[in-house]
Design a binder for this molecule. Structure first.
Ligand code: CDP
Length: 230
C-alpha cells in the first residue's frame, strides 16, 4: 500500500446518527466502518457480566475483560465479538447504555479502544465514528465531520429506529431526557476538532447528509492528492 490510508472521522453527541451515517458513507466509498462506541459498549457488556454492581468497577478489571473482545472486519463494518460471538442486541441494550459512560471515562479503557481502532485503520481505509476520533485518535484524519442535531429530533430518530414505528411525544420526551443526561456524562470526551466541519442534521435527510460527507471526502482527497485506497 502506498501513501497514507484514508481516515474519515465522524464525531458527535449521542444518537446524532454517527454510526448509521458512517456505515452508509463507507458503503458509498467502498471502504470500511469502525464504530468506536461499539467497543466501549463491548467492554461495558463484559464488565456488567463480571460485576453487575457498577459502583464496584475498576479500570484494571475492565481492561482484563478486554481480552475477551476481538474486533473483526465484517462485510462493511468492523464487529466487536465477545468470546468469539456477535451480539448486537446486548451491546445496544439499556443496561449497557446506562453503564457505558462510566467506562468511557476510564483512561485505560480509552487507550484500549483507541489501540483497537488504530489497528483496524492500519489495514483498511476507514470511516470511524465516536466522540474524540478527530481530536485524539486520528488528529490527522483526511476529513473530520462533527454531527449535531436537536436533542428532541435525536431522541425521535433513535426511538423510531428501536421501535420501528412513530414514537409518541411522551416517549420522545423521556428519551430526550436520557440522551441529554448521557451527553452531560460524555461531555469531556466529546470534542469538536478545530478543523472539523460541523453538520447539523436536524432538518436534512440522512441521504443528504451522506451525500455531503461523500462530496467533502472527494474534495479532501483532491486537496491532499491521496488516492482512495481500499
Ligand atoms: O450511538 P450512541 O451515540 O448512542 O453511542 P455510541 O456511539 O454507541 O457510544 C456509546 C458510549 O461510548 C458513549 O455514550 C460514550 O460514553 C462512549 N464513547 C466515547 O467515550 N468515545 C468514543 N469515541 C465513542 C463512544
Amino acid at each position: 500500500m502506498t501513501g497514507r490510508t484514508l481516515v474519515i472521522a465522524i464525531d458527535g453527541p449521542a444518537a446524532s446518527g454517527k454510526s448509521s451515517t458512517a456505515q452508509w458513507v463507507a458503503g458509498q466509498l467502498g471502504i470500511h466502518h469502525v464504530d468506536s462506541g461499539a467497543l466501549y459498549r463491548a467492554l461495558t457488556a463484559v464488565a456488567l457480566e463480571q460485576q453487575p454492581d457498577m459502583t464496584q468497577w475498576n479500570a484494571a478489571d475492565v481492561l482484563a475483560g478486554g481480552a475477551r473482545i476481538t474486533l473483526v472486519p465484517g462485510d462493511r463494518t468492523f464487529i466487536p465479538l465477545i468470546d468469539g460471538a456477535r451480539d448486537d442486541e446486548r451491546l445496544r441494550g439499556s443496561g449497557v447504555t446506562a453503564g457505558v459512560s462510566a467506562i468511557a471515562r476510564m483512561q485505560q479503557a480509552r487507550e484500549w479502544v483507541n489501540a483497537q481502532v488504530r489497528v483496524a485503520a492500519r489495514e483498511h481505509a476507514v470511516v470511524v465514528d465516536g466522540r474524540d476520533i478527530g481530536t485524539v485518535v486520528f488528529p490527522d484524519a483526511t476529513l473530520k465531520v462533527f454531527l449535531v442535531a436537536d436533542p428532541w429530533e435525536r431522541a425521535r430518530r433513535r426511538l423510531q429506529q428501536r421501535l420501528a414505528r412513530s414514537p409518541a411525544d411522551d416517549e420522545i420526551a423521556e428519551e430526550t431526557e436520557l440522551l441529554v443526561r448521557r451527553d452531560a456524562a460524555d461531555q469531556t470526551q466529546t470534542v469538536q476538532a478545530r478543523d472539523a466541519i460541523l453538520l447539523d442534521t436536524t432538518y436534512i435527510t440522512q441521504a443528504d447528509q451522506v451525500a455531503r460527507i461523500v462530496a467533502l471526502t472527494r474534495a479532501a482527497l483532491e486537496r491532499t492528492a491521496e488516492p482512495l485506497e481500499h
